[in-house]
Design a protein around this ligand. Sequence first.
Ligand SMILES: [Cu+2]
Length: 140
Amino acid sequence: MAALLVAFAPLPHSTPVSAERFFHVDARNFTYSPAVLFANPGDRVTIELASTDVVHGLYVDGYDLNLSADPGQPATLSFVAGRGGTFRLRCSVTCGALHPFMTGKLQVGPNLLLWRGIALALLAFLGVFGTRVPKPVTDH
Ligand SMILES: [Cu+2]
């Protein structure tokens, strides 16, 4: 029962007013650090991209925003995270062999997929233990 409440209770709105979020993202050797950025819908998000090897870019899917940083010269981008969901980040500058794999994630708002997954798992669990096992057929 407690688990049900956890799964279906509305998520607490810990930040009802939009907040400022600053992320410093290091781009190096085909990875972003951190690779996952979290924000709430309506937050003003500032991303500072700093490269320490070659020129890297950062493109935010869904928001159609692009940023690129030369080595040693961080570049910043600021926007309002008006759309909730999960958006892919990817390098927008061909930086080397593993360039296509240089990705990250911007998560705006609660992870609905995760919550849906938890709810589904719970329903499956209830389904297994909530239905009675049919009696074996005894007549021949
Ligand atoms: Cu890159």
